[in-house]
Design a protein around this ligand. Structure first.
Ligand SMILES: NC(=O)c1ccc[n+]([C@@H]2O[C@H](COP(=O)([O-])OP(=O)(O)OC[C@H]3O[C@@H](n4cnc5c(N)ncnc54)[C@H](O)[C@@H]3O)[C@@H](O)[C@H]2O)c1
Length: 462
């Protein structure tokens, strides 16, 4: 009996020992191969192997390690192979860091210092044609004021470069879209500027010019109706044609040739105005109509084909300055910052009838050419060619309505404006690579000393 009892006792001891040994083995095995994964960011995973106190750095993520970069024993003296791997990995990391820095460097991280508006005062504003000459200056002004700006452009005459300094800003969005096609977005205000503006561009495809100003305008007015937005239409002094009244008040109905080479633009804009007032009357859309007179400034298209760009480019290249006709025909020129102030004042006003926005100081074209030549300082001669068909002989806005209703009038002198514009064209001619970026310097008004001081500070900081 006693012998049987002792046998069972020994069997129990042996069994318990075997179980304990197995458990100990399992624990030891897990301990040896335990891995601790740390995410270091940028897709790098740090792996600790506790047995040999090894520290491996792997590329990839938690789901899949793509490349083992190095294996490094933190406790033991590394063998030659490990040192080589470590150095290679460090070099690779440095190279990747450089690449990231380069990529970040392409996108300016520092934006101009925009005003902060809270959700009650901040508006969402659509600017069609916002990558063009006037549009891009308007965008600068609206962005500086702290609004959210959406630019829609088909880049026919506009360029990304004109608004590149805002790309990436949280208040800015750029959409590549042709406004002849409907657009569905939510906005509070629409500045409808999309349309080629220079004869060279609007005559290039007259049917498309008419479509942009008719179908495109219907799309914008329809959008305004749907979302309850106020819409400002960029009309033109061309609605007056070759005027028989001088200067031209808004009440003048115009003198337009409906089948001439300029008709696609002139009549397109006239229909655009008619559509605006039809939508206002029938659909209660809030419309504002700006009749814009000749405008010039930086970011004008180099192939604009109109007098300002033609004369400046010819003078800068020391070529003859070509005047079409006898040169006694007159034009009035406004600087782009004056126009932008006029447009924003009109949008904010309660006045809904058309308003002339232009500079009433009139110049004979040949005097204007001489002024540019003198400012550039070249040796260009003036030459005269045949007059252009349907070219208006006199153009000068009557700005009484803008003065009384908007308290607006142009401030920038021709001398100040031309200097800035010549400087722009000069830099564009010297430009030889994409890395010559379009540095934005806030200059909402050349006559505002506070803004100018601010602009200089921004320039110094760069
Ligand atoms: N610059 C002036 O002297 C002047 C004078 C009178 C009126 N305007 C009016 O002001 C507005 C802006 O003129 P600008 O001088 O800046 O011209 P611009 O050619 O520089 O700009 C027009 C912009 O509209 C875009 N655009 C053209 N068709 C489009 C379409 N179907 N869909 C989307 N985008 C399109 C172009 O790509 C360009 O960015 C135009 O409506 C023009 O008629 C200008």
């Amino acid at each position: 009996m006693l012998r049987i009892y002792n046998g069972v006792k020994w069997m129990k001891i042996v069994f318990c020992s075997a179980v304990c040994a197995t458990i100990a083995l399992c624990v030891y095995h897990n301990w040896v191969h335990a891995k601790e994964l740390d995410m270091l960011g940028n897709g790098v995973v740090k792996v600790h192997r506790s047995k040999h106190l090894r520290e491996d750095i792997l590329y990839g993520d938690r789901d899949g390690v793509t490349a083992i970069s190095l294996s490094h024993n933190a406790n033991q003296k590394p063998v030659d192979g490990n040192i080589k791997d470590l150095d290679e990995a460090k070099a690779k990391i440095r190279e990747l860091e450089m690449r990231i820095k380069l990529l970040e460097g392409g996108n300016p991280r520092r934006f101009p210092d925009v005003k902060f508006l809270n959700y009650r005062t901040r508006k969402r504003i659509l600017v069609t044609g916002g990558a063009g000459f006037v549009g891009s200056h308007l965008v600068d002004s609206l962005m500086m004021e702290g609004h959210e700006v959406i630019v829609v452009d088909n880049f026919f005459t506009g360029r990304k470069r004109n608004v590149e300094h805002w790309i990436g800003h949280e208040n800015f969005e750029l959409i590549h879209h042709d406004i002849v096609n409907p657009l569905f977005i939510e906005v509070d205000e629409i500045y409808h500027l999309a349309s080629p503006a220079s004869p060279q561009h609007y005559m290039f495809n007259p049917v498309k010019t008419i479509k942009t100003n008719t179908v495109g305008t219907i799309n914008m007015l329809g959008l305004a109706k749907r979302v309850g937005a106020r819409v400002l239409i960029a009309s033109t002094s061309e609605v007056y044609g070759d005027p028989e009244v001088h200067p031209q008040p808004e009440t003048y109905w115009g003198h337009v040739n409906p089948i001439g080479p300029r008709a696609c633009y002139d009549e397109g804009k006239r229909v655009s105005e008619s559509l605006s007032y039809a939508y206002a009357k029938q659909e209660k859309v809030q419309v504002r109509v700006a009749r814009i007179f000749n405008t010039y400034g930086p970011r004008m298209h180099m192939n604009d084909g109109r007098v300002v760009s033609n004369f400046i480019l010819q003078a800068l290249r020391n070529e003859d300055i070509t005047i079409y006709g006898h040169g006694d025909q007159t034009r009035s020129f406004q600087y782009v910052s004056d126009l932008v102030e006029g447009l924003t004042a009109l949008m904010a006003s309660n006045y809904s009838m058309p308003v002339n926005i232009g500079n009433p100081v009139e110049y004979a074209i040949k005097d204007f050419a001489k002024k540019i030549r003198d400012l550039v300082g070249g040796r260009s001669r003036l030459t005269f060619s045949d007059a252009v068909e349907d070219d208006p002989q006199r153009r000068k806005p009557d700005i009484t309505v803008a003065q009384t209703q908007l308290h607006w009038q142009p401030k920038v002198t021709l001398q100040q404006g031309l200097k800035k514009t010549i400087d722009f064209f000069h830099k564009e001619l010297l430009r030889s690579s994409h890395s010559n970026r379009n540095m934005f310097q806030p200059e909402l008004s050349l006559t505002n000393p506070i803004l100018n001081a601010k602009a200089e500070q921004v320039e110094v900081k760069r």
